[in-house]
Design a protein around this ligand. Structure first.
Ligand code: CMX
Ligand code: CO
Length: 136
């Protein structure tokens, strides 16, 4: 059976040190609209989703020192942290990915922000890019 497809770009995630400052910059420079803002406790981050057509720019900042994004910012500085791809069914896409020998971070789908279901795939098996599968 053919592997389930990525249907759309859900978001491009950018790690920043100052979330309010980054949101204000996108508003001033591009008239950006904040579609959603949330502290995702499980990941130790706060996000602001800026609407770009049917997709988002996800500005991310750590809310805890032990957050994976805090560690990443320390090592890399600000920049693109991951790409979120929309899929119809995260569980089916993740199973197919694993069956094809892919390397996942999450063994099973889990809750993401704004009520989505997500699964992260490891950057080391994906050309250096952290991938988040997103089911709305
Ligand atoms: N993009 C690309 N490569 C990355 C990366 C990223 N975002 N994060 C880490 N790496 C690379 C590192 O550079 C490192 O490579 P080297 O071994 O060559 O130096 C390797 O992966 C291991 O990195 P690490 O610094 O030791 O980090 P960890 O293994 O502890 O964590 C990861 C990395 C991807 C497993 C972890 O960040 C993770 O579980 N991420 C998924 C959850 C997440 O990112 N949540 C925040 C966003 C939430 C949301 O979008 O809603
Ligand atoms: Co994300």
């Amino acid at each position: 059976m053919a592997a389930p497809q990525l249907t759309e770009i859900d978001h491009v995630a950018i790690a920043v040190r100052d979330l309010d400052g980054a949101v204000a910059w996108y508003q001033d420079m591009f008239g950006a609209t904040v579609a959603h803002r949330e502290v995702v406790e499980r990941d130790g981050v706060e996000e602001a989703l800026l609407q770009v057509a049917d997709s988002y720019v996800q500005l991310l900042t750590p809310v805890r020192d032990d957050s994976t994004v805090a560690k990443w910012l320390e090592k890399n500085g600000e920049g693109i942290h991951h790409v979120g791809y929309r899929v119809a069914d995260v569980a089916a896409t993740l199973s197919s990915f694993l069956e094809h020998g892919g390397r996942a971070i999450d063994a099973a789908p889990r809750p993401g922000s704004r009520g989505t279901t997500v699964a992260f795939l490891h950057p080391k098996g994906a050309f250096g890019t952290l991938i988040e599968l997103v089911e709305e």
